[in-house]
Design a protein around this ligand. Structure first.
Ligand code: AVI
Length: 320
C-alpha cells in the first residue's frame, strides 16, 4: 500500500547525466557558443528562478497568478474536475496546487528537469493532499519523451504555465505541443501560459534586474557546467546580458567574457576571447494570434483565452 506522504519519483532515460554532459560540451565548444536553457536548472538554479519570480521587475509569474485567480472557477468549469493533472516544469508546484481545490485532480504528475528540487515540494503536497496520487517525473522536455504507464491514459490535462513554452523556438514549441497532443488522448486538454509582446524597456528590465538575481541565475549555468563536465569556469569572469530581439520577438540572454580566458574540461582547453558570448536562453513573446497558430500547428484546438486587463500575459485552454 502506498504511503500517502511518499510521492513516487521516477526519472526518464532522457535525463541521463552522461547524455546531458555531452550536449552541454557540444554547446559550450561551438562558436558562437549556444547552450539549451535547461542547463540553467540545477538545484541552485531552480531556487534562483524562484527568487526571480518574487522580483518587482519580473511580472510574468505575478500577472499569470492574477489571471488564474480571477478566472479560477470559469477555468475549472471549462476543464472539468477529476483529471490527471500533468504539470510541465513544475518547480515548486505552487501554481498547480492553487488549482487543486477546484480541479480536484485524481492524479498529480509533476515533470521537471530538476528532480532533486521537485522532491521536496512533492513530499509536502503528498502530505497536504492525501487523496491525490502524487508522482514526480524527471524529464528533459526538449527530448522525445513518453509518459510512463503509471500515468492514467485518459482525462489528461497538461498544465504548462509561466510562459516556459517561450523558452523553445517556435518550431521546437510546436514539436513539444504536438508530442503532448499525441499523448493527451481524445479527451485531453491543455492549459498554457504565454507571455505577450510588450515594449522593450519593460522586457529588458524583467530580464536584467538591479539586484542581480537574474545575473546570478544566468552565471550559475557555469557552476552547473563545472559540476557536469568537470570544467573550471570562473563565474565572476562573465557578464550577464539580456537583449530584446525584435526580429525574432524574443529576449536573448547571454554570458559575455569580461577578459580573455582559457577554460578546461574533459582534458581539452577552450579559449574564450574578451567579449565572447555564450547564448544561454531565449524567451519568446507572442501575440494572441500567434498562439492560435502555434496550437493549431500542433493539433490542438483553442477553446478559451484569458488575459489580464493590460494584456500583458495570456492563459489559454485548448482541446485535443
Ligand atoms: C522559465 N522561463 C519561463 C523564464 C522566462 O521568463 O523565460 C526563465 C527566466 N529567465 C530569466 N528570467 C526568467
Amino acid at each position: 500500500v502506498r504511503s500517502p506522504s511518499r510521492p513516487r519519483l521516477m526519472s526518464l532515460a532522457t535525463l541521463d547525466p552522461a547524455r546531458l554532459a555531452d550536449e552541454l560540451d557540444a554547446g559550450l565548444s561551438s562558436r558562437p557558443a549556444c547552450v539549451s536553457p535547461k542547463f540553467l536548472y540545477d538545484e541552485l538554479g531552480s531556487r534562483l528562478f524562484d527568487a526571480i519570480t518574487a522580483l518587482p521587475e519580473y511580472y510574468p509569474t505575478r500577472v499569470e497568478g492574477r489571471i488564474l485567480a480571477a478566472h479560477r472557477d470559469e477555468i475549472c468549469r471549462a476543464l472539468g474536475a477529476g483529471r490527471s493533472l500533468i504539470d510541465l516544469g513544475a518547480g515548486d508546484c505552487r501554481k498547480a496546487e492553487a488549482l487543486f481545490g477546484c480541479l480536484a485532480p485524481r492524479q498529480y504528475v509533476a515533470l521537471d528537469i530538476s528532480l532533486g528540487y521537485l522532491a521536496g515540494a512533492l513530499r509536502r503536497l503528498a502530505r497536504d493532499w492525501p487523496a491525490i496520487d502524487v508522482i514526480g517525473l524527471g524529464v528533459d522536455l526538449a527530448a522525445d519523451f513518453r509518459l510512463p504507464a503509471d500515468i492514467a491514459p485518459e482525462r489528461r490535462l497538461f498544465f504548462y504555465p509561466g510562459s516556459s513554452i517561450g523558452n523553445f523556438t517556435p518550431e521546437a514549441a510546436v514539436t513539444l505541443l504536438a508530442r503532448l497532443r499525441d499523448q493527451a488522448g481524445d479527451d485531453g486538454r491543455l492549459l498554457l501560459g504565454a507571455d505577450l509582446v510588450k515594449p522593450a524597456p519593460r522586457l529588458e528590465a524583467a530580464y536584467d534586474d538591479p539586484l542581480g538575481v537574474t545575473a546570478a541565475f544566468n552565471r550559475n549555468l557555469l557552476l552547473h557546467a563545472n559540476r557536469l563536465l568537470g570544467a573550471d569556469f570562473d563565474a565572476s569572469d562573465w557578464r550577464h546580458l539580456a537583449r530584446w530581439n525584435p526580429q525574432q520577438s524574443r529576449i536573448d540572454m547571454y554570458l559575455e567574457a569580461r577578459r580573455d580566458q582559457e577554460v578546461s574540461w574533459r582534458g581539452r582547453s577552450h579559449f574564450y576571447p574578451l567579449g565572447t558570448r555564450i547564448h544561454t536562453e531565449s524567451s519568446h513573446k507572442y501575440r494572441p494570434d500567434d498562439l492560435d497558430r502555434l496550437l493549431a500547428a500542433a493539433g490542438w484546438h483553442l477553446a478559451d483565452a484569458w488575459f489580464d486587463e493590460a494584456r500583458q500575459f495570456a492563459v489559454v485552454h485548448a482541446r485535443a
